[in-house]
Write a protein that binds this ligand. Structure first.
Ligand code: BGC
Length: 375
């Protein structure tokens, strides 16, 4: 399973792996944190390999801890494969430490959501040097050379956001609206793809003078608090902002909070992404125009299927490839289809089981849920 010359460290890692393989008890890593979880300790693992997953943080979006972790865990448990899922909590040094520990503790497959391509690549390089198979989960590590990439069509996510904003502005009969763009982290390749997507829709409208290009800024690390400060400045400098392209629900919520303070919520359409409970509630309240639902269960299922195959020593095939724009390599990929969600389609997200009526339709939202046909 491992190639290359064995150093003392790798020999130790192989021994750990051997123990995991024989005992099949899915040993935990040396640095458990609050957000860490390891599996297959009770049920004997049917698979020799072990999968390590590093999630990026728990602040840039609710999805990582509420959806991705849950669905990945379910898939690994069902397959009887040993796993260790940890969250780097936005700390790039910690990200690398976790990866080192996972490899030392016998991971044969490493799945990462990078915090930036530079540190992501360092982790992937180390893993590969030790014969550990690699998967980029959700975010492509540029020049990273991961064996697989599993995500959504992220340019399409952006296109849906741009089209969604246009629909909401048209519904409001907006005249030459000034648009603010609140982009995702400049170090996240997805944020670049989202922007390519929505600018593909908005730029022609700026060019034809139908819309006016207003402030346009990236939010470092998708930091929601910083997004609030940035949007507050945008609105101070340009009080006539009439539409906000926010790259995810967290950034959208930050903009909505500022709009609320200025009694502009509901008047200025705001976009989002991730179909978080907060984002969906903002849509029900009329403060957010739309979100993009990405069926994360499908993403987690596709990625875990690859990881489980790799853990069994197979060479799974992927249905597509994506171009790594930095290295020029074609990375075997699974790219899923995102779906736009407006007031009337919030019910589709509930019907898909991604959020429950109980979490969504609390207090003031109960009546809105009925209005939106949520059963
Ligand atoms: C993901 C989004 C998420 C954002 C912030 C992106 O890479 O695709 O779903 O909202 O990161 O975590």
């Amino acid at each position: 399973m491992r190639k290359g010359i064995l150093s003392l460290t790798t020999a130790a890692a192989v021994m750990t792996l051997g123990l995991t393989a024989c005992g099949g008890d899915g040993a935990t890593t040396a640095a458990p944190s609050d957000a860490a979880s390891s599996g297959s300790a009770s049920a004997p693992a049917a698979v020799a390999g072990k999968v390590g997953v590093i999630l990026p943080d728990s602040k840039s979006s609710a999805r990582w801890e509420t959806a991705d972790r849950k669905y990945l865990e379910e898939a690994f448990k069902a397959a009887g494969v040993a796993y260790d899922i940890q969250n780097a909590q936005g700390d790039k040094t910690q990200f690398q430490t976790i990866a080192d520990q996972m490899i030392t503790n016998g991971a044969t497959v490493l799945m990462i959501v990078n915090l930036d391509s530079g540190t992501g690549k360092a982790v992937l390089d180390k893993a590969k040097a030790q014969g550990v198979a690699t998967i980029d989960y959700d975010r492509l590590t540029l020049n990273g050379g991961a064996s697989y990439y599993v995500s959504f069509d992220n340019t399409k996510v952006g296109t849906l956001q741009g089209e969604g904003l246009v629909k909401c502005l048209t519904d409001k009969k907006a005249d030459k609206p000034i648009i603010a763009e609140l982009n995702g982290s400049p170090t996240d390749n997805n944020a670049t793809l989202f922007k390519n997507g929505y600018d593909g829709v908005l730029k022609p409208k700026y060019d034809s003078k139908e819309y006016v290009a207003g402030p346009d800024q990236s939010v470092p690390d998708w930091d929601n608090a910083q997004a609030g400060t940035i949007f507050e400045q945008m609105l101070t400098e340009q009080p006539k902002i009439a539409g906000v392209l926010a790259a995810n629900d967290g950034l959208g919520n930050a903009a909505i909070a500022v709009l609320k303070k200025n009694s502009l919520n509901g008047k200025v359409p705001v976009t989002g992404q991730d179909a978080t409970v907060q984002g969906l509630q903002n849509i029900l309240a009329g403060d957010q125009c739309m979100t993009v639902y990405k069926a994360i269960k499908k993403e987690a299922d596709a990625a875990s299927a690859l990881a489980i195959g790799l853990a069994k020593g197979e060479k799974p095939t992927a249905p597509a490839t994506v171009k790594d724009t930095e290295s020029g390599a074609d990375v075997p990929a699974v790219l899923l289809d995102p779906q736009p969600i407006f007031f009337d389609s919030v019910k589709d997200v509930v019907a898909d089981g991604f959020v429950t009526k109980d979490e969504l339709c609390t207090g003031e939202f109960a009546a809105k849920c009925t209005e939106a046909g949520i059963q």
